[in-house]
Write a protein that binds this ligand. Structure first.
Ligand SMILES: [Zn+2]
Ligand SMILES: [Zn+2]
Length: 227
């Protein structure tokens, strides 16, 4: 349903299993869910049943807005587990959604709404170190309602990313046993040590994660449009 079809009393809803999956009730999981819905609509596609859509979350570590990513996974099924979601560690509440046949769209949680949301008392509890599941239910529901009652336009800046390029790593079932520990290793992760094929742990090397080549989102600018 587009926003034009929504009446004033109409509001977004999320399934209860979102919170079952995520573990607690919080605004950023709901915001991520909505972000995923907007992305699917902008790309004109259904959710990611298999491996045909990629999400590049701009989340970093050490800030609580990462809950957004569980919401995105819930609404798009582009999951970490299937290898469809990657993190860029930019520390921004945004993500780029890429379908190789339909292009890419970047969606950012708007500064203005983040400012508005952060004045809710939910965040007073959070800043005191109180975890979301321990925040009084009426407070959590209140801040979630702010996200549910907003329009897509209030929540998100949406921009197409016309020159977006990402080449997914081809899947392989090839594996071999590590010559030292005997455990199976998928071949991309085998390393050579003293002429032996070994796992990364046995190679005593850092796990240099060089297999995922993340796109550089800072490359492109100028195609913005406020949504
Ligand atoms: Zn959360
Ligand atoms: Zn080993």
């Amino acid at each position: 349903m587009s926003n034009k079809e929504r009446s004033q009393s109409d509001r977004f809803t999320v399934p209860d299993w979102l919170f079952e999956f995520h573990g607690h009730k919080c605004p950023y999981s709901v915001m991520g869910y909505r972000m995923g819905v907007v992305a699917l609509r902008e790309l004109g596609r259904d959710k990611c049943y298999d491996h045909d859509m990629f999400v590049f979350s701009e989340m970093g570590v050490g800030h609580p807005q990462g809950c957004m990513q569980d919401g995105i996974q819930a609404s798009t099924s582009a999951t970490f587990g299937k290898g469809q979601m990657h993190k860029l560690f930019y520390g921004k509440v945004g993500a780029t959604f890429f379908d190789p046949s339909k292009g890419a769209v970047r969606i950012l949680f708007k500064n203005e709404f983040m400012d508005k949301l952060s004045t809710h008392e939910f965040f007073n509890f959070r800043k005191q170190g109180i975890e979301p599941s321990q925040v009084p239910a009426e407070v959590a529901h209140g801040v979630i309602d702010m996200v549910l009652n907003a329009t897509d336009e209030e929540l998100f800046k949406v921009e197409r990313v016309p020159d977006f390029k990402f080449k997914p790593i081809p899947s392989s079932f090839n594996k071999a046993k590590c010559d030292l520990c005997g455990e199976y290793v998928f071949e991309r992760y085998l390393r050579l040590k003293d002429g032996k094929k070994v796992c990364i742990a046995c190679s005593e090397r850092e796990a240099e994660e060089s297999t995922i080549h993340l796109p550089d989102l800072q490359m492109r600018r100028g195609s913005s449009r406020e949504n």
